[in-house]
Design a protein around this ligand. Sequence first.
Ligand code: SF4
Length: 354
Amino acid sequence: MVSEGAEQRPAVYRMIAEDGEIVYVGKSKQLRARLLSYFRGSWPADKGMRILAAANRIEWTYVPNEFAALREELMQIKKWRPRANVMGKRDARHYAFLRLTAGRAPRLQVVRGAGDGRGFFYGPFVGAVRLADAVRELSDALGLRDCTLDRRMAFDDQRELFTHDTRTPGCIRYEIKRCLGPCIAACSSVAYDERVSLARGFLDGSDDTPMDALRAQMTTASDAMEFERAASYRDKLHRLEGLRASFARLRFAVETLTFAYPVAGHYGEDLIYLVRRGRVVAQLPAAGRLDDPTALAELAGTIDEHPGVRGSAIPPHEIDELLLLSSWFRQHPAELARAVRADGSRAQVLAESA
Ligand code: SF4
């Protein structure tokens, strides 16, 4: 089944069943040795032998370097979804993401990957348990729900749409004022959406809108001599300020993954990858600039000219690539050290606060 033509160079290979189904996609920086290793396993204990048994031919695509093989493998796995590949396992235990779910009453939750890809994603974070604690606090502070996604919602302004008793308490969180109670028509969809916007502003960290809004509400309540309400806003404000610091500590410094990364090709196809916040935004022929720090810094300075999402939220389809690059540079600090930032400095070992 292994063609004599398989060369000892980086490639992505596909195991294909008789009916054309792509059973498995893999990568190797030494294709020939990798393919031959499949035939040295023991049946049926060895996974490679089981994959081989399901396939009747192997195809491959040569790529310039191991990093390219890694990215191409991810792309092909996403495209073909082979049954023998286990998606989402790469570094999944190391990082967690915060997801603001889609739907009528979004909630915050800690996830390991993009799942169904719906909602807004923030991260990656290190320390899933501590992240879950911080998320619980944030949900409490903003009055967001934390119940299961299939729970039926019944907003105050949509009460007529529902026939069940809308005043039945949803759960204890409503009773202790930690949820606005969108399940029991205790708030309008507009009021709930405002809290969701506060959460997004908080997680984007781009401005102090959530804090400012709470400060304004606190002042208004205080001016109206509603001191109990003012104290409640003050407490929320303090909790949010503490949480902002917690999220900053837990957040993996994805900003450190912005640079020009030069990689020598196996057959001289040298490339420079422009990486922004852990995702490749462009790849260019090195054209003699592989070992030229000044030229690399200049290229790194053009990174923001390339299209892509800029905010803190990560498009779900980019999560796997972000995990892949984080994992690659974490496991290969020497590769990271060759990358050059726009200010000419070399990229450092990834800073994590776990
Ligand atoms: S009060 Fe209702 S919406 Fe809020 S968390 Fe409890 S069940 Fe969910």
